[in-house]
Ligand binder design. Structure first.
Ligand SMILES: C[S@@+](CC[C@H](N)C(=O)[O-])C[C@H]1O[C@@H](n2cnc3c(N)ncnc32)[C@H](O)[C@@H]1O
Length: 202
């Protein structure tokens, strides 16, 4: 299989990396949900050799990820693990943080809620969750391009769509996380950073 390239990853991988560097340290193990082509994983694992990056996605995307992993030959990258949120539990392998990009607007809201619940159950106090993508604020689009993107998503699947920042924060709070920071990113995207609160502080 030929390697698959994502034009959006080429544009956003560097700005995302700059933020990840602020939060990740030696021996951290990051589980990525919905790795897609696998290019984010390669870029981050190469730039941060002291961390471990565990890729995952629905099984049909595994050949695409495997192709990139074979090409990169990095010791600190793992997977792909079989993980369809709403269907599978998280892999048993240990991980300390979770990263996901451009997935919440693809998943149904029911799957998003399963995602919040799973990470709440599996992450320990102090773990960080990185959620990248476009979000609405106060029920409003932040740009015309996000509006057209949302309409095209809904045209493909009525259950997909840009999520509300407040709804995501509410779902994450309920699952035991507090918002640490909402980073502005290029092209009307955001990188939301959450931290797992101590159990019992819900
Ligand atoms: C738009 S792509 C984003 C891929 C990559 N993260 C990126 O930013 O380029 C959405 C990804 O979410 C995955 N996905 C969709 N529904 C999912 C679910 N229920 N559980 C896990 N992954 C899912 C898809 O297989 C796909 O890889």
């Amino acid at each position: 299989m030929e390697k698959v390239y994502s034009p959006s990853v080429a544009r956003n991988k560097e700005p995302i990396l700059e933020v990840l560097k602020q939060y990740l340290g030696e021996d951290d193990r990051v589980l990525e949900i919905g790795s897609g082509t696998g290019e984010h994983a390669i870029h981050f694992a190469k730039a941060l050799p002291d961390i471990h990056w565990v890729t995952s996605d629905v099984p049909k995307n595994h050949p695409m990820i495997t192709e990139w992993l074979k090409f990169a030959q990095l010791k600190n990258i793992h997977g792909p693990e079989k993980l369809e949120v709403g269907k599978h539990d998280f892999p048993e392998k240990p991980f300390s943080h979770v990263f996901t990009a451009n997935t919440l607007h693809i998943m149904s809201w029911k799957e998003c809620k399963s995602f919040f619940k799973l990470i709440g159950k599996r992450l320990r106090e102090g773990s960080v969750v990185f959620i990248y993508g476009p979000f609405n604020y106060g029920g409003e689009y932040t740009s015309e391009s996000n509006k057209s993107f949302d309409l095209s998503l809904k045209g493909r699947n009525e259950k997909s769509g840009i999520r509300g920042f407040e709804d995501v924060c509410k779902g994450m709070n309920k699952a035991g996380f507090k918002l640490l920071k909402d980073h502005e990113m290029p092209a009307n995207n955001r990188l939301l950073i959450f931290e797992r609160l101590p159990y019992g502080k819900l």
